[in-house]
Each structure stands twice: as C-alpha cells, then as structure tokens.
Design a protein around this ligand. Sequence first.
Ligand code: PLP
Length: 387
Amino acid sequence: MSQSLVYLDNNATTMVAPEVTEAMMPFFRDRWGNPSSIHRFGGSVRRYIERARSQAAELIGASGEEVFFTSCGTESDNMALKGFFALHGTKTRIITSAVEHPAVRNTARYLKKMGAELIEVGVDSQGCLDPAVFDDLPIDEHTIVSVMWANNETGVVFPIEEIAPKVKEKGGVFHCDAVQVAGKMKIDMRTVPVDILAVSGHKLHAPKGIGIIFIRKGIRIEPLIHGGHQEYGMRAGTENVPYCVGFGVACSLAIKYLGEETDRVRILRDRLEAELLKRCPGAKLNGHPTKRIPNTSNISFENIEGEAILLHLDENNIAASSGSACTTGSLEPSHVMIAMGVPYHFAHSSTRFSLSRYTTPEEINRVIEVMPSIVEKLRALSPFVKD
Ligand code: PLP
C-alpha cells in the first residue's frame, strides 16, 4: 500500500482539524486545573469552557444557556429520550423514523420495553420522510418525536422545519439528531422550533468523546447522569476541558467553512457519483438525488457484496463504508436500506462515500479510476449472477 490514504468515510468519523489539536494542547500541558476549584489555577479555566459553549451555540443559532456538553452524540440522544421518559413514565409515547441511527432507534426500543409506546414512521424508496404523516399521528404533551435531520447512510435530509412546528402545535416535544448535519448545512434554532438537539464532535473535526445537547429554554427533561453541579446540573462529572475547547474551535471552523467549502465538497461528491453511475454497470444511487447533505453518496452495485467492495477499496488504500460503521460485521442489509425497500441484490452492496473539507479532486479521481475494475472483477466472481 504505497499510495497515500484516500479517506472517504467522514460520516463515520473525521480527522481532528490541526487548529483543534493546537487549541487543546495547553489544557493538557499547563491549564489542567479543575474548573470547579475556588483557587485561580483551576477556576480560571472555566471561562474557556464558557467560550467553547458560546462557539457551539453559535453553530446552531442557540444561546449559551441552552447548550450542555456531553460525551458524544449517543449520550445526547439517550439523554433526550430517557430524560423525557423519566418525567412521563409509562404515559410516554415516542415517535421516530424507521431510519434513525441506533443511538435513537435502540434507545427508543429499550424504552418501549420499559413501558413507553413506540411508533416508527416509514420512509419512501428515496429515503424521504413525508411531513404530512405527522398530521394524523397521536401527539400530545406526553409525546416526544425524535427525527434525525440527515441520515448517516444516505445523507438524505428530512424537512425538520416542517415537522417540528406540527409537533409543537399539538403540544409534543421535538428532539432532533443533528449529528450528520451540523457543520455540513446551516441549522438555526432561532428559526426552527426544535426543542432538543444532539450534535457530536468527531463528525465535525473535533475529537471523539465530546458532544453537546441543546435544550431549549423552558423544555424540561431529567438529566441522564446525576452527581455534581457541573453543566448547570444537567450533566454531572468534572468537565473534559480540552475536549470542550476543541469542540468550540471545531464549531468556529465549521461556521467559517460553511458555504464556499461545503459547495466545493458538493461539486466533488456530484462528480464522483456521476462518474461511478456512468462507468460501473449495475450501479444505482440510494437516496434522493438532491435532498441530501453535500458530502454523502450511497451507491449500490447490483449483485456484488458490499464487504468485498470495501476490502478491494482498502487494498487501494481507499477508506469507504457499507452502511453505518456501527452495523459492519453484520451480513444483513442495513435497516435503512430495508426501510427504503431497496431490493436485496442492491441493498447488499450499498457503499457509502462520505467526503470532508479535506477531500481533494485528485483523491476523487483515484476512486473514479479504480472502482470500475473492482466492480468488473467482483461481478465475475458474484455468487448471485447465474450464466
Ligand atoms: N446519530 C447519527 C446520525 C450518527 O451518524 C452517529 C454516529 O455515527 C451518532 C448519532 C452517534 O454519535 P457518536 O458516535 O458521537 O456517539
């Protein structure tokens, strides 16, 4: 493997931006005090957490008091659903889409076992969710609706600005998993009535192990972690100061690059997609052609195993993914492909390419170059194809 790495798995995790690493280092080396300490050595660190909170709030159009640091997107999603259940008990009704990330899907299923009612709303063959569905659903003050902003496998964007007001009108609470959209598209809590929002650091060039939950002023949920008074009583445990600082810087960089850079990524993604669909026989796009975050392309190659494609790409030092990283190791098509009704001989080969602002045109050229021969070779070996 002499060629340099082409990393097209940014929906799984992203490279930590050099500016983020640099901003974090002083908090490992010099400023390692406990922000809750009375003495200046520790206490003086608090203002850096608060600055990071403001930077995070700015990315989503919130105010600082509505943003709480957590350890990851999964924790934020768990906190939203379990924190609601803790107040509403067995009266709780959870409504989610059929294509949520396991962080929401499995939490909702767990709460169903604990006595909550669970309704899962389906998507169409392009992975889109019809907002009109929410007109007829039973939604009241004991209902939490949890719908992701963008799907991690297909990149399809859901009309949150249409769904959230429908939920609010009927008195429900609206939670949105924004892990795949934050930093890729502008989102603004001032204009969309989302009550609770989850964001993860490692999807936007901060390290793994840090995230935020946005809780709109006036919305009540129970904390997931009890203990000290940290995070205004919403998330106990001594703060991970370097990671909070890194998250804040990553958010400021994301704001800086939204627009021009995300347009550049979209152009690269569209070229990759158009060329693969043209050059690889039996290739088909999974997901809506335009209602997508700019960095994601999910393509199936008829009658080929996705795992085999990934291994061949890996031999060429190209990192991509089949479905979400959390489901690799399973031979079943992902729940997202199943919910979209993608036929088995396509669903099995669903391959996700996810770009970042560090992706170059040369890297895209390399994938366009190698992919047709991988498809040709694997198709010749395919157990699905009968002559
Ligand atoms: N939600 C979505 C849509 C995701 O894509 C992911 C990670 O892949 C998560 C939640 C979980 O985030 P984290 O890895 O920070 O726990």
